[in-house]
Design a protein around this ligand. Structure first.
Ligand code: SAM
Length: 301
């Protein structure tokens, strides 16, 4: 099945995410989360083996808090861009979520999730653009997928159009009073992906992806959602990337066996270079809590 999206193409998604589930499992932690962890309160000296999974679970809990999922609530949740299932697995704990649908456009991730058969989870190989749920959701989360919804070739107006369609779709999927949480990398001090690091990551690691700016997200969601929480933490991503990078270094022999010496070098360079872009303030990480408006606003053009 070929998936078409307005954003990162199926080929470009496969180039990155289908490099091998075993390869990613080597340097991600046991949750298999592939987005920034939340490190508040995790001491700098804590061994990586416990620190990273703890910080990843704190991030997952933070998003469940943002959408108002408390123990025993048994919500219906949609995870847009579910990766290898970190949220699908975590959300079922304490019965905060009874049913979680996860969308991915990576065939390798979907095959992995289908074999995992997590209780209460329904993985789907489907773009958000094609998602038509039978019943409304109580909550929608998206972590690290928004970066794929637009491409570098789009104008600002085209990007805003896609982002607005995404929020309109989320609004349509949610019940009245439903909540959404979004975690995304965004440009901060940099205006686009120009420069040596941006060009390397844009061509050799994440082809076909384009970061948003906060002002674009705010403009696109405004008709459909009220922003109720907003935090920024470039440090959270820098520390996560440092941890992944150290894990990949320790697993070098196995990584080279799986993806070859060039693949290993490319990923080490990507993780270290990306850490730099966060530390320098070129890009940052936002976590945004959104409350569905009962009726979309008609804002002046
Ligand atoms: C960086 S991974 C993050 C995975 C997961 N949220 C996590 O935190 O581990 C990005 C995910 O977005 C998904 N994605 C990208 N474009 C998408 C689209 N148009 N519709 C649905 N998912 C998409 C990818 O398949 C991948 O699973």
């Amino acid at each position: 099945m070929t998936i078409t999206t307005a954003g990162t193409t199926a080929e470009d998604i496969a180039f990155h995410y289908d490099l091998g589930n075993q390869f990613y499992a080597l340097w991600l932690d046991e949750t298999l989360a592939y987005t920034a962890a939340k490190w508040d309160g995790v001491p700098a000296g804590e061994p990586d083996a416990t620190a990273l999974p703890r910080a990843q679970r704190a991030k997952l809990d933070h998003h469940l808090d943002l959408v108002g999922a408390r123990p025993g609530d048994g919500l219906r949740l949609l995870d847009v861009g579910c990766g290898w299932g970190a949220m699908l697995e975590h959300a079922g704990r304490d019965d905060r979520v009874a049913h979680a649908t996860g969308l991915t456009v990576s065939p390798a991730q979907y095959a992995f999730l289908a074999a995992r058969a997590l209780p209460g989870a329904e993985p789907r190989l489907e773009s958000w653009e094609d998602h038509r749920p039978e019943r409304p959701y109580d909550a929608v989360v998206g972590m690290g997928s928004f970066e794929h919804f637009a491409t570098a070739a789009m104008t600002r107006a085209e990007r805003l159009g896609v982002y607005a369609r995404h929020f309109e779709a989320c609004h349509g999927w949610l019940r009245p009073g439903g909540r959404m949480s979004l975690q995304t990398i965004a440009y901060d001090g940099a205006v686009d992906g120009a420069g040596a690091i941006g060009e390397f990551v844009g061509s050799d690691v994440f082809p076909g992806a384009r970061l948003p700016r906060l002002s674009e997200i705010a403009a696109a969601c405004d008709p459909y959602f009220s922003i109720v929480a907003l935090s920024a933490s470039a440090e959270d991503y820098a520390r996560t990337l440092a941890s992944w990078s150290a894990r990949l270094l320790r697993a070098r022999a196995e990584a080279e066996r799986l993806v070859g010496p060039e693949g290993y070098r490319r990923y080490r360079r990507y993780l270290r270079a990306s850490e730099m872009t966060f530390l320098r303030g070129a890009v940052t990480l936002y976590r945004i809590g959104l409350r569905r408006r009962d009726e979309p606003l008609r804002l002046p053009a």
